[in-house]
Design a protein around this ligand. Structure first.
Ligand code: CA
Length: 224
């Protein structure tokens, strides 16, 4: 996630909590820098302070929208309806009114990403693998595959971001709802179970690529 905020104390306190809750946190103290990071880094969500020194927050929202679909949560000290309505009309997905806690922000981010995923692509096709997220159905080469609930959640998460590397922390947070205690071992056990069901192994991966120290990616077998 990317935090665009010019108040050092807010940056420090929010970064701390958000890192603890499993987010990879990037920060920018100016809108111009933040917009550059939106383009270069493709954050999963942007938390945007409306009162920035260089560009008006409402214009920043429009610029992010002009670029793509990155979800935006507006953090505003201005709790008047007018500002919030304008922010939402400009394309913000949600808002928090200062002062707010890092835990509240984490909950908003998770809710937003859940909505994104459930609304975006109910059926994901990756090579010959078809994942119907809403119907909880997985087929490979047209053959139905039975998965345990956590295996399905893991596959659904990876499928919803097919082609992208999903970090272990994100997996722990999204699948186990517990970024602080879900161990790598738990994730590895479920990954190998998932591999067995997809007919592949760690030594000969097809759909599931583990990028050491980074995370896991679901991609068609012929793509690197
Ligand atoms: Ca500010």
């Amino acid at each position: 996630m990317l935090l665009i905020e010019d108040d050092d104390q807010i940056i420090a306190s929010l970064s701390k909590v958000l890192k603890q809750t499993g987010h990879v946190v990037a920060t920018a103290e100016r809108a111009t820098v933040g917009l550059g990071k939106v383009v270069d880094d493709g954050p999963d969500v942007v938390v945007l302070d409306l009162g920035l020194p260089d560009i008006d927050g409402l214009d920043v929202i429009k610029m992010i929208r002009g670029y793509g679909n990155t979800p935006v949560i507006v953090a505003t000290a201005r709790d008047d309806d007018d500002t919030i309505v304008k922010a939402l009309d400009s394309g913000a997905d949600d808002y928090v009114v200062k002062p707010f806690s890092g835990l509240q922000l984490d909950a908003r981010i998770r809710a937003l990403l859940r909505r994104e995923r459930s609304g975006a692509q109910p059926v994901v096709q990756v090579g010959d693998l078809r994942v119907d997220i809403q119907a909880h159905e997985v087929t490979l080469d047209g053959t139905s595959i039975e998965l345990r609930p956590k295996e399905f959640e893991l596959l659904a998460l990876l499928a919803s971001r097919a082609g992208e590397v999903v970090s272990r922390r994100t997996i722990a947070r999204e699948v186990w709802d517990d970024p602080l205690s879900s161990s790598d071992t738990t994730i590895d056990v479920h990954l190998s179970a998932l591999r067995r069901r997809l007919g592949e192994t760690a030594a000969a991966p097809r759909y599931l690529r583990v990028i050491r120290g980074v995370g896991v990616k679901l991609a068609p077998p012929d793509e690197g």
